[in-house]
Design a binder for this molecule. Structure first.
Ligand code: GLN
Length: 306
């Protein structure tokens, strides 16, 4: 079956699953999203694109942004970054505080909220939030090869208003010295990166370098070193779905990163980057129907890395 027919048929089949689960409502601006939305985009290394459903509609990528800020921060801080963030799965929810006290304010990995807040702080590096936010946005536009990629100001404001847990995580880490910048500035960067708004098409395109050893296969531009792309993929596999990372590896078998906006970016090394979107979340905060779509795609293409 052609990939085109495959993605269309997967979307058809998962129809009954779409709308199941719960749309994230702890960020009020996200609670308004229509649960019946569903999209899929597969960007292959040869530059082709296969889409179905609402693949061209922008949505809040939320924690999927953590992959891109990590790539950017590694370029900036190099391996020193690992002095301030761990590389182990947390086995806890994305916004959990419990391990931070035991582990002296060092977050388990860059893909849970405290880890991503540290990465934002590394990008801020004593500068002004506005400039760091602009730098992150330009990076995403460059990766997606699309200048229309934007940050949803309403979502960012909504996060800032209700982000009590993130405020507490950042303050807690500040007390341990893991955060350099003023907490409010670091969080300003973090809330804006979470509010990045991309369609499945843009997201798959932006992630393509991770499927091609760090080089954008379409433009030939190197984004990160080969070994860094491998390491980011390893972290996506082990930590990209919080305490459901093992289940995602078991069911899909691809490095993946989810967000509470209902998006997932999955990487099939040497083949493709895949983005799915369906806002209904399972109990771990990952897209319910999106995971099933990826499970089907991995099964039918044989793209699992295992
Ligand atoms: N902005 C969200 C938060 O900080 C991101 C969480 C997520 O997507 N898992 O809570």
């Amino acid at each position: 079956m052609s990939l085109d027919a495959m993605v269309a048929s997967i979307l058809d089949r998962i129809g009954p699953e779409v709308g199941q689960g719960r749309v994230a409502d702890y960020i009020p601006a996200l609670a308004r999203i229509e649960p019946s939305k569903v999209g899929i985009a597969v960007a292959t290394l040869d530059g082709n694109l296969y889409t179905a459903g609402d693949a061209h509609e922008a949505f809040s990528i939320q924690s999927v942004s953590k992959v891109f800020t990590l790539a950017l921060a590694l370029g900036r801080a190099g391996s020193d970054l690992w002095q301030r963030v761990g590389r182990e799965p947390s086995g806890s929810a994305f916004n959990s505080i419990v391990q931070l006290e035991r582990e002296h304010g060092i977050p388990r990995n860059p893909f849970i909220n405290p880890g991503a807040i540290v990465v934002s702080d590394i990008l801020l590096a004593g500068g002004r939030p506005k400039e760091t936010i602009a730098e992150i946005l330009s990076f995403l536009r460059w990766l997606a090869d699309d200048d229309t990629v934007a940050i949803d100001a309403e979502v960012a404001a909504s996060e800032a208003e209700t982000g009590y847990r993130n405020v507490s995580l950042a303050n807690f880490m500040k007390a341990f010295g893991t955060i350099d910048g003023p907490v409010a500035d670091t969080l300003d960067v973090y809330f804006h990166q979470c509010a990045l708004s991309l369609s499945c098409v843009q997201l798959a395109r932006a992630g393509l370098f991770l499927a091609n050893r760090g080089v954008d296969p379409v433009t030939g531009r190197r984004v990160v070193a080969d070994y860094r792309a491998r390491r980011i993929n390893a972290l996506m596999m082990t930590c990209g779905h919080y305490d459901a990372s093992g289940d995602f590896a078991f069911r899909v078998g691809l490095p993946g990163k989810s967000g509470v906006g209902g998006g997932i970016l999955a990487i099939a090394p040497g083949r493709a980057a895949v983005a799915v979107w369906s806002p209904g979340l399972n109990d771990s905060g990952n897209s319910h129907a999106g995971t099933i779509a990826l499970e089907e795609l991995a099964r039918e293409t044989g793209w699992s890395v295992f």
